[in-house]
Design a protein. Structure first.
Lengths: 115, 111
């Protein structure tokens, strides 16, 4: 597809379960970002991947959060032992240029609800 | 780190009026200031950006101004239309860092 694709679009889970969210970036984009958007809030940076470099994990809120990306392809964000405060929209973005020097292209997000 | 504050959090205007959203940032080394528009159920989309070497930039009905001394920048939308209704985010960054977003402004344009 032409844009950033995220799945699932909606996920409802029970507290304590693990969830995986997937992001398929725009082909050729070396930079990939995950952001979290809580209800009515701004965009909170979580993690950044640039090519084969070590990811910038400085925004991950706890060790229950992790993400992987193989090369310049798909990324998965995993949340273990989900808590109600993890409920949010998780947005993925990709960019052709590194480190926020250019436009970020966002997906439509994965809405996570933890009951 | 960088801190970006955005005001107002909600803004309601009549169609045809102008809308202004203001942001302040804390890190004087920040040099890139994009604005993103997020429509309901969509991801944010870049609408305009400005770099620190210019004071103003315009694109049709949208303009952004930057005051480096005061560390604030603003988005101006003229002749607002219902399709301008959305959440707008400002952001600031310096080279090598992550974008820091403001808290967002929900703009409602009443027909």
């Amino acid at each position: 597809g032409a844009g950033v694709s995220q799945s699932p679009s909606n996920k409802v889970t029970e507290k304590g379960k693990d969830v995986e969210l997937r992001c398929d970036p725009i082909s050729g984009h070396t930079a990939l970002y995950w952001y979290r958007q809580s209800l009515g809030q701004g965009l909170e940076f979580l993690i950044y991947f640039q090519g084969n470099s070590a990811p910038d994990k400085s925004g991950l809120p706890s060790d229950r959060f992790s993400a992987e990306r193989t090369g310049e392809s798909v990324s998965t964000l995993t949340i273990q032992r989900t808590q109600q405060e993890d409920s949010a929209v998780y947005l993925c973005a990709s960019s052709f240029r590194p480190r926020n020097t250019g436009e970020l292209f966002f997906g439509e997000g994965s809405r996570l609800t933890v009951l | 780190g960088e801190n970006v504050e955005q005001h107002p959090s909600t803004l309601s205007v009549q169609e045809g009026d102008s809308a202004v959203i203001k942001c302040t940032y804390s890190d004087s080394a920040s040099n890139y200031f994009p604005w993103y528009k997020q429509e309901l159920g969509k991801g944010p989309q870049l609408i305009i950006d400005i770099r620190s070497n210019v004071g103003e930039k315009k694109d049709q009905r949208i303009a952004v101004t930057l005051n480096k001394t005061a560390k604030h920048f603003s988005l101006h939308i003229t002749e607002t239309q219902p399709e301008d209704s959305a959440v707008y985010f400002c952001a600031a960054v310096k080279a090598g860092n992550m974008l820091t977003f403001g808290g967002g402004t929900r703009l409602m344009v009443k027909p």
